[in-house]
Each structure stands twice: as structure tokens, then as C-alpha cells.
Design a protein around this ligand. Structure first.
Ligand code: RTP
Ligand code: MG
Length: 143
């Protein structure tokens, strides 16, 4: 199976709940390696640009307001089948529909404040990674 990279955000609600380590542990238990990470408080422009594909949706303004309501931690995860694997361990967008044991089932409050983001395809991951990380901020994990 192919080694892929995917882009992950621990959203402001989960940072506020102090469950960064719990979420990182889920990544590690599923053989996803963190090859880049940074904490930052997004600007409105960064959040609008990142979620530009949703700009016509009714929830867009609330989504942007939520994403800038506090700091986030973002990371690049690497591993076999990383994009789909990460989506599986995140669970469904709406935590009420998320499978038991998934990150959103355990830590999300609502469809609006749903703890994590994960890229939905390899091409999306490439674009999202490049939006926040330069090549020299991504580390090889060879040992
Ligand atoms: P994400 O992009 O954050 O990983 O989430 P996703 O793929 O599961 O969901 P997506 O359709 O891309 O939506 C992006 C984020 O917008 C919020 N949302 N709210 N109120 C609503 O109906 C609604 N739908 C989506 C969620 O925070 C979702 O994660
Ligand atoms: Mg999405």
C-alpha cells in the first residue's frame, strides 16, 4: 500500500479541552507519524482561504468564526493509506453519526465544533499541506 501524507488540524474546541495528547496518541496507535507540526491562532484571512471551497455554504461564516476562536495545532501525518486511515479514525463530520471510538465521537461537541480536520483526498492533502507548511518544515522520519 502507498505511503501517503495527509493534513490534520486539531481545532480550537479540542485544544481548549486539553486533549491534544489524546488525539496525537490516536495517530500514533494507528501508525501515522507526525512529520511536521505547528500551533497557531489563524487569522480570518487564513481560515477563509483554507475553507474557500465552502465559501458559498450557509455555515461558512460560523465555520470561519469558530476556526479563529482560539489556537489550533496543525500537523502533517505520514503512513500507509494515510488519507483514508486518518478520515476513519476521525469519524463522521457530525459527531452524532461518528462511530464509537473515533476522535469525533469521543471529543467533538457538535457538527460545528467537531474537534479535528483531515484532508479528504491525496490531492487535497498536497494543497492543504502547502497552504501552511514549506518543504523545509517537513521532516523525514527515517530512524
Ligand atoms: P473537515 O473538512 O473539517 O475535515 O470536515 P469534513 O471534511 O468532515 O466536513 P466538510 O464537509 O469539509 O465541512 C467542513 C467543516 O464545516 C463544518 N460544517 N458544518 N453545519 C453544517 O451543516 C456543517 N457542515 C459542515 C464542520 O466543522 C466541518 O468539519
Ligand atoms: Mg472537509
Amino acid at each position: 500500500m502507498a505511503i501517503e501524507r495527509t493534513f490534520s488540524i486539531i481545532k480550537p474546541d479540542a485544544v481548549a479541552k486539553n486533549v491534544i495528547g489524546e488525539i496525537y496518541s490516536r495517530f500514533e496507535k494507528n501508525d501515522l507519524k507526525i512529520v511536521a507540526a505547528k500551533m497557531l491562532h489563524l487569522t480570518k484571512e487564513q481560515a477563509e482561504g483554507f475553507y474557500a471551497e465552502h465559501s458559498e455554504r450557509g455555515f461558512f461564516n460560523d465555520l470561519v468564526a469558530f476556526m479563529i476562536s482560539g489556537p489550533v495545532i496543525m500537523q502533517v501525518l505520514e503512513g500507509e493509506n494515510a488519507v483514508l486511515k486518518h478520515r476513519e479514525i476521525m469519524g463522521a463530520t457530525n459527531p452524532k453519526e461518528a462511530a464509537a471510538g473515533t476522535i469525533r465521537a469521543d471529543f467533538a461537541s457538535s457538527i460545528d465544533e467537531n474537534a479535528v480536520h483531515g484532508s479528504d483526498a491525496v490531492e487535497t492533502a498536497q494543497r492543504e499541506i502547502a497552504y501552511f507548511f514549506s518543504d523545509n518544515e517537513i521532516c523525514a522520519r527515517t530512524r
